[in-house]
Design a protein around this ligand. Structure first.
Ligand code: HEM
Length: 251
């Protein structure tokens, strides 16, 4: 007989995807944050000489964004949702409260692009959609529309996680378009090909995440797929009018 422990372990194994997500978040934060905690613009990974508001907006969005990313991964974890609904509620409130300043500050930084108009438009769309999805998710839960809430929050998190995905896509774009950088060649941040690679990465990072979120939202769970397949077979099976029995040979 199956014990509660084995059922619990099986459920956790099914939720394996949350662990790489959490690991990627932690690695991103541990490697990205130290440059900004000292509030020294010279330490920033990206150039900061873009007007007086850029750096304050950048660090605001990084600090709030870090809290938000940690809460986001906890929100997605089904085990925590099911077993500790109070924790889910509080991390959810923190997610929304930190998402607003993160998104608004990102909307400001997006207007000072280092890589030109394409990056500006890509990041502005990202910030606006992220704010929109988060607010929709919050409204849905206040109105007790739980299915809508889950769907909007998947989309919101997909947008938030794009900063982590950007580390991967940034590398891919550089390898594709300016492979010389990998062998130590010095390209200034002004270099147009490098700027195009950065802009491409800004777009790909959130578009791919959003597509994955839409796939998760719209795919049918395996049980529902099996049920609809067997309903289809039942409908297609010819039944003898007189006996009421199937005329197909047994498989
Ligand atoms: C959700 C929408 C977000 C948008 C629209 C956004 C937008 C931006 C923009 C425009 C920049 C400046 C890039 C440049 O022009 O050089 C930036 C940098 C940065 N953002 Fe975000 N961001 C978002 C979310 C996040 C989150 C959740 C974090 C988590 C901590 C984050 C962390 C950073 C970091 C660390 C930088 C500095 C550059 C780097 O180290 O890669 N962002 N972001």
């Amino acid at each position: 007989m199956e014990t509660t422990q084995t059922t619990g372990a099986r459920r956790l194994t099914k939720q394996w995807w949350v662990f790489p997500l959490a690991a990627a978040t932690v690695i991103f934060l541990v490697t990205a944050l130290p440059r900004y905690v000292g509030l020294d613009p010279a330490q920033s990974l990206v150039p900061t000489d873009r007007g007086a508001v850029f750096y304050p907006a950048l660090v605001t969005h990084i600090f709030f964004g870090s809290v938000m990313l940690c809460c986001g991964v906890l929100q997605l974890w089904p085990w925590l949702r099911n077993n500790h609904p109070k924790v889910h509620r509080w991390t959810g409130r923190t997610y929304v409260t930190t998402a607003i300043p993160t998104g608004v500050a990102a909307l400001v930084t997006s207007q000072f692009p280092a890589a030109g108009p394409s990056q500006q438009v890509g990041n502005t769309f990202l910030a606006v959609l992220f704010l929109l999805f988060t607010v929709q998710g919050f409204r849905a839960v206040r109105q007790r529309r739980f299915k809508d809430h889950r769907e909007w929050m998947y989309r919101s998190y997909a947008m938030a996680f794009s900063i982590v995905a950007n580390r991967f896509w940034g590398m891919v774009m550089v390898m594709l378009f300016v492979p010389e950088v990998m062998s130590g060649a010095d390209f200034g941040t002004e270099d147009p090909t490098l700027a195009s690679a950065a802009a491409a990465s800004a777009w790909v990072s959130w578009v791919v995440n959003l597509l994955i979120a839409e796939w998760i939202i719209h795919r049918k769970p395996r049980r529902r797929r099996q049920e609809s397949a067997s309903r289809k077979v039942e409908r297609q099976t010819p039944v003898s009018a007189s006996s009421g029995m199937s005329t197909l040979p047994p498989s």
